[in-house]
Design a protein around this ligand. Structure first.
Ligand code: G3P
Length: 234
């Protein structure tokens, strides 16, 4: 289970509503929705929560960032080389709120892949997404920064950004999966993202800040199921 890319990946960021025990509760809800719906949901909690959640939950647990450092005298760093020991499935890389230099992205991606972990590299534009897709991560995630946290879904407000990314990645790095994110908030947003051709969505606030995360996750999973029905009927 831990080596599979989730269809819905929830980045818990550092919201007060999604750390510690609350992160665990969101993870439990994600696990129960996955078991009921069959739609794989992963979460990327704060690093302080990630190891405990990976021990307690069956869904894939990601970290939000790793540094480009091996083991050694590196104070305050998280290395891609330590994730496996804690049962972490993989990492987001180069998130809009934690940008990295291309040389660091490349090193981190290589280590994650060598470790058999899931590497999801984020980027802001179709062209940038192509340039990181050429590093052959497990997946890329296109996230226009100006839509992040707005509730305006990239899949509906900027479908052309998603399809342009898909065309570029499918042409030059066809084995790399594509997620889209920013503003994804409803089942319909997920449905639209998958109908456009993505492998899933990366989202945060709609779940992390929701008073009833299980209800929201079930709505999102149902959106994914609707899209796969529609795609299989084509
Ligand atoms: O990593 C996902 C994130 O940047 C999108 O955030 O709150 O728009 O779903 P949000």
């Amino acid at each position: 289970m831990r080596d599979r890319l989730p269809v819905i990946l929830v980045n818990l960021k550092l919201y007060e509503q999604s750390i510690g025990q609350k992160a665990f509760e969101i993870g439990k809800a994600a696990e129960s929705v996955w078991k009921e719906s069959g739609v794989l949901i992963g979460i990327a909690p704060n690093a302080l929560d990630a190891a405990t959640l990976a021990e307690k939950l069956e869904i894939p647990i990601f970290v939000q960032h790793v540094d480009s450092t091996p083991f050694g005298a590196f104070t305050g760093h998280i290395s891609p080389l330590q994730l496996k020991k804690y049962g972490i499935a993989g990492s987001l890389v180069n998130h809009s709120e934690k940008r990295l230099k291309l040389s660091d992205i490349s090193w981190i991606n290589q280590k994650l892949v060598e470790e058999g972990l899931i590497s999801i590299i984020c980027a802001s534009t179709p062209k940038e997404t192509l340039s990181v897709a050429l590093l052959q991560p497990t997946s890329v995630a296109i996230e226009p920064p100006e839509l992040i946290g707005t509730g305006i879904p990239v899949s509906k407000a900027r479908p052309e950004t998603v399809t342009e990314t898909l065309d570029l990645v499918r042409s030059f790095a066809p084995d790399v999966k594509v997620l889209c994110g920013a503003g994804i908030s409803t089942g319909e947003d997920v449905e639209k993202a998958i109908e456009l051709g993505t492998d899933g969505v990366l989202l945060a606030s709609a779940v992390a800040k929701h008073p009833n995360p299980r209800k929201k996750l079930m709505e999102l999973a149902n959106g994914a199921l609707k899209a796969s029905d529609a795609c299989s009927k084509r």
